[in-house]
Design a protein around this ligand. Structure first.
Ligand SMILES: [Zn+2]
Length: 166
C-alpha cells in the first residue's frame, strides 16, 4: 500500500504553505511582471517544447524516493489533493510533503516542488532556479537542463552558470 495514495487531509494552514506552483492560466492572462510568473513561464515553455514524463502517483513517489536517496535527504510524502484551481502543486517544508493536483504529475512539476523542499530560500529565486536546473540535469536529461537554463536567462532571470549544475 503506497503511502502516497493515502487520502491525507488537505493542509489548511496557509502558514505551512511555503511554496506553490501556479498553472499557466494566469501566465496566459498576460501579467508576467514578477519573478515567480517569469520563472513559471520558462518552465511551462520547457514542458511544452520538451515534455517531461507524466508519472502516476506511485511512480512519482518511487522516483522522488530515488532522488531523495541521491540527494541525501528524507523522501518526501507525495499526495494527490484537490488543490485550488490555480495551483498545480505545493511543497510543504514543515511536513516534508509535496501535494499535487494531477493524478499524473509530470517530472518537471515534481522537481519544481522538490527544489522548494531542499532550498533554504523558499521563493523562486536564483538558488531555486539553479536547483531545478541541477535536478533536471541529474534526473531527466542534460538537454532539458540546458534548455531551461537558457529559457531562464532569456527571461532575464538570474541562475548560476550551467557548469555549476553538475
Ligand atoms: Zn514554486
Amino acid at each position: 500500500m503506497p503511502s502516497a495514495q493515502a487520502n491525507a487531509p488537505v493542509h489548511s494552514s496557509l502558514v505551512a504553505e511555503t511554496a506553490c506552483h501556479h498553472n499557466d492560466k494566469s501566465v496566459r492572462a498576460g501579467m508576467q511582471t514578477n519573478e515567480t510568473d517569469r520563472s513559471n513561464t520558462a518552465e511551462d515553455t520547457l514542458q511544452l517544447e520538451m515534455p517531461t514524463r507524466a508519472l502516476t502517483i506511485l511512480e512519482a513517489s518511487e522516483w522522488l524516493q530515488v532522488i531523495a536517496e541521491n540527494e541525501d535527504v528524507d523522501p518526501p510524502l507525495l499526495t494527490q489533493e484537490r488543490l485550488s484551481r490555480n495551483l498545480q502543486g505545493l511543497a510543504i517544508s514543515a511536513d516534508w510533503c509535496i501535494a499535487v493536483r494531477s493524478k499524473k504529475p509530470n517530472q518537471l512539476l515534481l522537481l519544481h516542488e522538490m527544489a522548494h523542499l531542499v532550498c533554504a530560500n523558499k521563493n523562486h529565486g536564483t538558488e531555486f532556479r539553479t536547483q531545478v536546473v541541477r535536478f533536471l540535469r541529474r534526473y531527466v536529461s542534460v538537454t532539458h537542463a540546458a534548455r531551461l537554463h537558457a529559457l531562464y536567462e532569456e527571461a532575464g532571470l538570474s541562475v548560476d552558470p550551467f557548469s555549476s549544475s553538475m
